[in-house]
Ligand binder design. Structure first.
Ligand code: NAD
Length: 350
């Protein structure tokens, strides 16, 4: 047995169907009584319904959460927080809204109750990515973690299938990289394998039965495990490449993760035994199996379809080599360029 450090899991989690109704109690449990409720514009209605339900516990709403947590939006939200005399934030939405909740909570020191409605997995992590004038910076600190996360499967029943599939593959990428993370531990590995099994078993069935509560429940359970694992380990090639392609070329976050995952995972599987159980789970080939899962679930498989040009691949490969980080398999520019070409063309990894 290799030595390891298990840091514990700091966040309180409430998981189930209809758990949204417990939001007021969870705020009170933290000793708070005046919440600012956060959403994006497209989820404003769901926010208004929750505010209604929570009555006087919600003292204000802010419905302008945006992708990549622009600091300008955070500044406005903090003015709304102070203006309302709030003592905590409740974020209802995907990674963008939860990112805003984290940004407010780290600046004001307030408590944060996160209610995720996608599978992207920001809610359990100590990671905050923010943008100033289009430039993205990411930092990690335990204080960034929400105090409480409420998972309500019912909130995911209406998440559009295309978004659901990409979002779940985004989550799967956290689990894959957690398996070979230099600071991983047996608990994050158990969670990651269980998560990948849950995603493998449910994702291809989603299009046929998007409102099936059992399928949605298992998927959200998998997403929780992925997010938890991501929150306690360092990420490698896959996340760095997704960051480069998404950030430098303004590609959509979840699509980029979904397309790159079979290629990055397939590449790294040739450099570590730690993905052996994933190969077993996916018919003998990590890259091929994940690509088949994406294909069977109707996920995008070609970077070319996102509008990335072939010439961009050279620049992406250059940027990707600028910062060094631990990865289970060493690589050079040619490896990365080849990997990007395959993801651009959408070929099935061997
Ligand atoms: P998102 O939060 O931007 O949501 C996409 C759109 O879908 C939004 O308009 C949202 O309002 C809508 N939506 C969300 N849930 C819905 C539902 N159930 N029904 C209908 N519409 C719904 O997208 P995302 O993929 O959840 O998050 C992406 C962002 O999260 C990125 O900025 C990424 O960097 C960040 N992220 C951060 C971490 C972290 O640990 N810090 C982890 C994963 C993702």
């Amino acid at each position: 047995m290799s030595p390891f450090v298990f840091p514990g899991i700091a966040t309180r989690v409430v998981f189930g169907h209809g758990t949204l109704a417990r939001t007021g109690d969870e705020v009170a449990r933290l000793g708070r009584s005046r919440a600012l409720l956060l959403t994006t514009r497209s989820q404003a209605e769901a926010g208004a319904a929750l505010a209604d339900r929570m009555g006087e516990t919600v003292v204000g709403t802010f419905g302008d959460a945006a992708m990549h947590t622009p600091v300008e939006v955070t500044d406005r939200a903090i003015r709304a927080y102070q203006g309302a005399g709030a003592d905590c934030v409740v974020s209802l939405g995907g990674g963008s809204t939860i990112g805003l909740g984290k940004a407010i909570a780290t600046r004001t020191g307030c408590d944060h109750v996160a209610i995720p409605t996608t599978y992207a997995g920001s809610e359990m992590t100590d990671i905050l990515g923010e943008t100033t004038d289009g430039e993205k910076t990411t930092r990690r600190d335990p204080s960034i973690r929400p105090e409480t996360v409420i998972y309500d499967v019912d909130l995911t029943l209406g998440l559009p299938v295309d978004l659901s599939v990409k979002s779940a593959l985004n989550a799967a990428a956290h689990a894959v990289e957690a398996l070979y993370a230099p600071d991983g531990n047996p608990v994050t590995s158990l969670m990651s394998l269980e998560a990948l099994r849950a995603i493998r078993d449910t994702l291809p069935k989603l299009r046929e039965a998007p409102e099936d509560k059992a399928i949605r429940g298992r998927l959200l359970y998998g997403a929780w495990l992925c997010s938890t694992a991501l929150g306690y380990v360092a990420m490698s090639l896959h996340h760095k490449l997704a960051h480069v392609v998404g950030g430098s070329f303004d590609m959509p976050h979840a699509d980029t993760h979904a397309i790159l995952l079979p290629h990055t995972a397939g590449f790294n599987a040739k450099g570590t035994d730690l993905l052996g159980p994933v190969a077993e789970m996916f018919g003998g080939s990590v890259g091929g199996g994940l690509w088949d899962l994406a294909q069977a679930s109707g996920a995008p498989t070609r970077l070319a379809d996102l509008g990335l040009s072939e010439a961009d691949l050279d620049r992406a490969a250059d940027i990707a080599l600028k910062n060094r980080y631990e990865n289970p398999r060493p690589f050079d520019r040619e490896d990365i360029r080849r990997l990007l070409q395959a993801a651009w063309e959408g070929t099935r990894p061997a």
